[in-house]
Design a protein. Structure first.
Length: 202
């Protein structure tokens, strides 16, 4: 099961890098990834072979907080082979994946019982939730200081996690040794980091 999801994530990465127009690409005899740019929808094949709707847009779009939770649940439940049953409710969403990740402690709300599911995930926020996800699936991360030219721009609460992601080689910078902590995180970037998470597991 783990190997299948690694293949799927790798396929998604290849498709995201190779196709920008409407595509219905046969990847092999088992898997098919569809990007329907004309209709503005992105679909993903789940590890059980079912079609999973990832929302409107393309792989170059910024990933929302709720979209990250959906992919994180897919990764966690596949790696651990355990279904998440606990839920943490938020007043502005009934998304089950958000509630699962909230209960697991991978994501937090924004205060007053709110989650902001449609808000973009920033790069420093992504580092935090990726580090928590890694820990939840049993990846031991070394604690090292972040070493970027814009490290001082990283929020205090995120610096340790950014350093962990950098040291583990799971999440890097954006070029010229910059991290761009307040920049938005794209769907393509999160797929890249998920592939690296799986490499760390194996």
């Amino acid at each position: 099961m783990k190997k299948l999801l690694v293949i799927i994530l790798t396929i998604l990465l290849l498709v995201a890098n190779s196709y920008t127009n409407s595509v219905n690409a046969a990847v092999d005899t088992q898997f098919r990834e569809t990007i329907a740019s004309a209709s503005g929808r992105v679909y993903v094949i789940k590890s059980d072979g079912t079609l999973w709707y990832w929302g409107k847009g393309t792989f170059n779009d910024y990933i929302t907080r709720a979209e990250f939770c959906s992919l994180a649940v897919l990764v966690y439940e596949t790696v651990t082979e355990e279904k998440l049953n606990e839920r943490k409710p938020f007043s502005d969403t009934n998304n089950v994946d958000v509630e699962k990740m909230g209960a697991l402690g991978v994501v937090d709300g924004i205060g007053d019982g709110l989650f902001n599911p449609d808000g973009n995930l920033t790069r420093e926020q992504a580092a935090v939730v990726l580090a928590r996800l890694a820990d939840s699936i049993g990846i031991h991360l070394l604690t090292e200081a972040a070493n970027y030219v814009d490290t001082n721009e990283i929020s205090i609460w995120a610096r340790e996690f950014v350093g962990q992601m950098q040291a583990a080689g799971i999440m890097g910078g954006v070029g010229e040794n910059a991290f761009s902590p307040k920049g938005a995180y794209t769907r393509e970037q999160v797929i890249i980091t998920m592939v690296r998470l799986f490499n760390a597991v194996s």
